[in-house]
Design a protein. Structure first.
Lengths: 658, 125
């Protein structure tokens, strides 16, 4: 701000007269009356050129600066102008012939000493010094001193700069305040845009010191880029007196910054443009943060809308535009209700009020059925999550909006499908039950009457009649086991097979299995034995499943063994937490080649040895056993070498049924 | 010992088979082809046992059993289900309905009468 003062500092127009000479009072040569001295001093002009004298007299009278002539040796005032009398309050006769000390104009010794020093050194000034007027008021004067006639006289031009200094001090105080401002304050003159003021924040923002910046042309110094053009900015200032916008500048260090600028044109009383004052703030970081924020929100999969307490949309991400069909600028500042069907709009401010009264996040999918409305008026199902967002501009609500049209459709379809499945399930249940009954009923007659024939209840049979009847009986029984297996399988596959875990005494179970299969083993002349533990821990398991698996495995072993034995071994390991139980069904049969083991557990597969007749059976036994084992969490293992027998293992790890 | 046994079944083949087996054992079978006839027959004859099919048109075995149980004169007569219903839960349902025994179809002609005799013995006859 100091520059501002320096520029406006008043300048002296001419040389002047002054009364001084305190130091020379004693060596005074006896001073003549001032008028005469003045007369002599001005003589050369007056005598030869009367017009020049008139001009001089007129100058003396018209100048607002006080002018005085002093005899350097005596320090007495020889002549004073009217303006000098006016400025000091003394009449002319009170001044002429006297020294300033005698008069009392200079009253403090320090000022006088300084002044004498200036004169001694031949300095011309301007100097500033306080002078005491006749009315006792001390005013600040600015003096310019000139030595005349080879050092005989001093002419002094004096000007009262009290007001000026106060103005300057006021300006400095203001400048100090402006330096405290958070804004970068820049003042430029309106024509060339030369910088006349540059506060401390401006130094920080732009990197140039006040000294470097002052006097430079603003847009050149900062390589400014305006939103439209510099001309547009100037037009706005000329027409409305103000402008606001974001300008990009290049700092002294070459970095580009974005500055939010408010500018005002100052005019004088006549309306002439005096200066343009700019208040600028660096928003580079904010823009970057906003860009980051926007980038983040744009990358979110959902539409994100930020709404203030008044319901105005403050932000909408790219997905919002895509979802609702509005361009971003069409959304900003608009009421958020525009995104809702008309029927919800009236009530929404109430809901919004409740949210802002007690801001709490709300997650998606809380069961509310909500609808959005596109620009084209079409509606679509949405889900919304809400969360409060504290910002510089106050509390906002962030809404993430998801189009759930697809999902709703999917859910509807799923629910339809489930209904159909349930119906189908019921139908299937009834079907199985009927099938079971209807397939068994005719077999009752087939097996029943074959039996009564063979029992001789219908009279004696011939030798030739017996074998075909036995074939009918055997195939009938085979058909019955096929039906039983198929129904089991169908029930397992339709997940209608319910498990009822109960504590099972494995040793007793094993005995039952052996007793049941003993007749079959006997007919083939095989030894069938259980090798149970002396002590077993009850196992928590579904009895029916476990029983059926063991029967299937043992039955298979007997079926595929021609000579030797079938042994069922039981082993248990109880570590307190878990009970590991293993049943091993070991036969001395034909064995299964490695390449056949894979497909052994597939439905309807039977491994044959080629020359022999296919084994009787459904081919479902192992397949069903495998499925049942899965149901009860057990595993069936197989160790076998073709021709050397097989061992099927059933391994369960589960809870003990204590 | 021999017994008088009412057999109720809608399938004539089944009726004939059971009749044949019971007669061969020396029992006296009394046959009814539907539930209503069976109830009337049982009330009139006061048999030693009733063998009752479950799946029948008009009245099913459960309804017939409920009616028979409501007849005081038959309160001590064991009712045995003879059924091809072999689905999971069928046996439980039958027991819960108050039947005194259960024989699964298809019956084994060689063991059928032995099963009947055992049930008769269980019920004090």
């Amino acid at each position: 701000m100091g520059t501002l003062c320096a520029k406006d500092r008043p300048h002296h127009a001419t040389g002047v007269l002054w009364g001084l000479g305190e130091r020379d009072l004693l060596s005074s040569r006896g001073s003549p009356p001032g008028v005469e001295v003045v007369g002599e001093a001005l003589n050369p002009l007056a005598r030869g050129r009367p017009t020049a004298e008139l001009l001089l007299a007129s100058l003396l009278e018209q100048s607002s600066d006080g002018i005085s002539l002093t005899d350097r040796v005596s320090g007495r005032l020889l002549e004073v102008s009217d303006a000098f009398c006016r400025l000091t309050g003394y009449a002319r006769h009170e001044l002429i012939g006297r020294t300033t000390l005698e008069i009392g104009l200079i009253e403090d010794l320090d000022s006088r000493a300084r002044m004498l020093a200036w004169i001694e050194q031949g300095l011309e000034g301007p100097f500033e010094i306080p002078l005491c007027r006749k009315d006792g008021v001390t005013r600040q004067f600015e003096l310019s001193i000139q030595t005349l006639a080879g050092g005989e006289f001093l002419s002094v031009i004096s000007r009262d700069v009290t007001e000026h200094r106060e103005t300057e001090r006021e300006l400095e105080r203001r400048a100090e305040l402006l330096n405290l401002a958070h804004d970068a304050v820049v003042v430029r003159e309106p024509v060339e845009n030369r910088i006349t003021f540059w506060n401390r924040e401006a130094e920080a923002v732009y990197g140039y010191s006040a000294e470097e910046a002052t006097g430079r042309i603003l847009q050149e110094l900062l390589a400014s880029a305006y939103p439209d053009s510099k001309a547009a900015l100037d037009d706005a200032l000329a027409q409305t007196g103000q402008w606001a916008g974001v300008i990009r500048h290049t700092r002294k260090d070459g970095r580009t910054i974005a500055v939010s600028s408010r500018q005002a044109l100052q005019r004088d009383e006549q309306g002439g443009a005096i200066a343009i004052i700019e208040l600028n703030s660096d928003i580079t970081e904010r823009i970057r943060a906003e860009d980051n924020f926007r980038g983040l929100l744009d990358s979110a999969p959902d539409a994100m809308v930020i709404v203030d307490e008044q319901g105005e949309i403050q932000f909408g991400n790219a997905q919002t535009s895509e979802l609702f069909g509005y361009r971003r600028e069409e959304l900003l500042g608009q009421p958020v209700e525009m995104l809702m069907p008309v029927r919800y709009r009236a009530h929404h401010p109430h809901d919004r009020g409740e949210f802002f009264a007690a801001p709490r996040g709300r997650a998606m999918g809380d069961g509310r059925s909500l609808w959005g409305r596109r620009k084209d008026g079409s509606e679509f199902a949405i889900e919304i999550s809400l969360s409060p967002l504290e910002t510089q501009d106050g509390l906002m609500a962030t809404a993430a909006i998801r189009d759930v049209t697809e999902r709703k459709l999917f859910e509807q379809r799923l629910s339809d499908t489930n209904l159909q499945l349930e119906r189908a399930d019921r139908a299937k249940n009834i079907f199985f039950s009927s099938m079971s009954h209807e397939l068994r009923t005719p077999l009752n007659a087939v097996l029943g009457f074959t039996g009564t024939l063979l029992m001789g209840l219908h009279g004696p049979l011939t030798e030739e009649q017996i074998p075909p009847l036995l074939t009918v009986q055997r195939t009938g029984k085979h058909l019955l086991s096929l039906i039983n297996d198929l129904l089991d399988l169908a029930r397992i596959e339709s997940q209608q097979f319910e498990l009822h875990p109960e504590p099972i005494d494995c040793r007793a179970l094993l005995d039952e299995v052996v007793v049941g299969l003993q007749p079959l083993a006997d007919t083939k002349g095989l030894a069938l034995e259980a090798v149970p533990l002396t002590e077993t821990t009850p196992l928590l398991c579904d009895r029916r499943s476990l029983n059926q698996i063991l029967i299937n495995l043992a039955n298979n072993a007997i079926k595929f063994t021609e000579r030797g034995s079938v042994r069922i071994e039981l082993s248990q390991h109880d570590d307190g937490a878990q009970l590991a139980t293993r049943f091993a069904v070991r036969d001395t049969g034909c064995g299964i080649a490695v390449e056949d083991q894979e497909r052994l557990f597939a439905a309807f597969e039977q491994i044959t040895t080629g020359e022999e007749q296919p084994f009787e059976g459904t081919g479902l036994g192992l397949y069903i056993s495998q499925m049942l084992a899965e149901l009860i969490g057990a595993e069936i293992t197989l160790e076998s070498v073709a021709g050397q027998g097989s061992t099927f293992g059933l391994e369960l790890t589960g809870s003990a049924g204590r | 010992m021999t017994a008088r046994i009412v057999v109720i079944d809608d399938n004539p083949d089944n009726l004939k088979l059971i009749e044949l087996l019971l007669k061969a054992r020396g029992h006296t079978p009394l046959l009814a082809g539907n539930g209503t006839d069976g109830i009337l027959l049982a009330v009139a004859e006061r048999p030693d046992m009733i063998l009752l099919d479950i799946r029948m048109p008009d009245m099913d075995g459960y309804q017939v059993a409920a009616a028979l149980k409501g007849e005081p004169s038959l309160s001590r007569v064991p009712i045995i289900a003879v059924t091809a219903s072999a689905m999971v839960g069928d046996r439980e349902r039958i027991t819960a309905a108050g039947f005194h025994g259960y024989i699964q179809k298809p019956i084994d002609p060689e063991t059928f009468t032995a099963q009947v005799d055992e049930l008769l013995a269980q019920h004090d006859l």
